[in-house]
Design a protein around this ligand. Sequence first.
Ligand SMILES: [Zn+2]
Length: 596
Amino acid sequence: MLTAGLVTSRAFPKTLAATGGEKSGVQPVLEEFSYGDVKLASELHNQQLEQTHSVLIGLSEDSLLKPFRQMGGQPAPGEELGGWYKYDPDYDWHTFDAGFAPAASFGQWVSALARYYAITGDRETRDKILRLNRLYAETISADFYDKNRFPTYCYDKLVCGLIDSHQLAGDPDAYRILEHTTNTAEPHMPGKAIEHDHAWRPDKDESWTWDESYTISENLFLAYQRGAGERYRKLGVQYLDDEYYGPLAEGRSDFAGRHAYSHVNSLCSAMQAYLTLGDAKYLRVARNGFDFLAAQSFATGGWGPDELLRAPDSDDVNASLTNSHSSFETPCGSYAHFKLTRYLLRVTRESRYGDSMERVMYNTILGAKPLESDGRTFYYADCNFKGRKVYSNHRWPCCSGTMPQVAADYGISSYFRNARGVYVNLYIPSSVQWTQDGPRISLTQKSTYPFDSLVQFEMTASKPSKFALNFRIPAWAEGASISVNGKRAPDAAIPGSFAKVQRKWKTGDRVELELPLTKRLEPIDPRHPKTVALLCGPLVLFAIADATPVVTAPQLLAAKKVGKQDWQVETAAGPLKMLPFTAISDEQYSTYLVVT
Ligand SMILES: [Zn+2]
């Protein structure tokens, strides 16, 4: 196993991401907007943000602190949250629920609150973040890590919460608390990336081998980049999982049998290694990893049935349509998928990463059942022939931590920028504001996409200003077109690329983007060409039926839109209702149909 030392010799400036590596001849990296620069006006997206936030802001601080205090031997008043979050010294992992990962999601919830504050400026939220961080700081103890099955997993999330508190909520003590956390945690962590099921603590049962040290470098590199200190760059290097990355860098898949979410998340660590250290090997790891992942994904964009990655050309994903309902770990998987595709898009400017992000958004996470204040959490999206949306049996599982984080990230995933202009990635009703060489620019986006093909943009500029707008033209959007102030821009919109419109923009300028919502069938894999999903633009249309429908490919492709968000397929046995994931509630559905 390779650890520290391998990639330390390349001295790149820590601001590689910001400077875009222009001095090294590498294509400049697109920058993210700040959370507050983008305002979403989509009911569905805002509902998810507000709904998850209302759960987090309502959680009792004593309850949140309780496992930390109990494990550190301090008085621990207040109710238990229960579920995975609870601390039980007699926990038996065979029960697999209450007490599985005490306090694990605390850091993610603080992170989500910080993102929410950065979006809204809500003072109550910032006050809660500052209180929670200080109360947490009083509990930091070696015992917390010593008694913990997942010391590195918990540490990683605490790092995330504290660096977001610093960056997004302006907590002046966040890095002091981070240092204290790191000093306390480090002696209890393995010191390098250790894969699942490898024992590194003697005399413990197998549940003590499930820690996820191989996925933590991303947040450590982010801590370094955000000024927490050189220590975090070194730790980031130390925990890179080079045993996993080696084959991927060379274009070989080593996916089979690996835990899906955490190893896709680990590709985000590879991207941060690339951005921080400048070593192109790590970009190859993430690009190749993404390609292997895409090849074994469902039409929804989801992946990893039963939480496992598969060998290339495996029949497992097809088999899962019958033998599993645990098709895609939706909140965690989407959170990782959004981050990975955001990194790859920013570095490569390839629109396919945005296409992929969009698919995951509409066909999985945006249709998740809401997080409930008693810890009920939507965990798996179900791609079974007899699928249903259900809550997990477990309360406050991992996905209760990532759901509010991904809900906060829709805005920063929608637009990117560089010195020459702005990239529009997601077509969500919204507005974005920025300064372009002096003038203040505001771009407003309106549509009922993806239920209608027309997306409209309107510009406000404090002074006329020359720059480029780049619009993602999805690979499926054959016949796409762009008009500026009613005049069609010829040959601009090529499916599978960003279409660039450069001009001197002024207030009142309008852009109309026409993205024909082409219907097509996608087979589950090349060996099962008759097992297909029907897509319309970025949407998978799910068949709503209790019995297996008998249908032909031409019948599916002739699906008619019969309402705002519903379609109908005429079959020999009568009409078959088709719905997007966001419009399904508790009815049985099928992602795939076997066409006759
Ligand atoms: Zn999860």
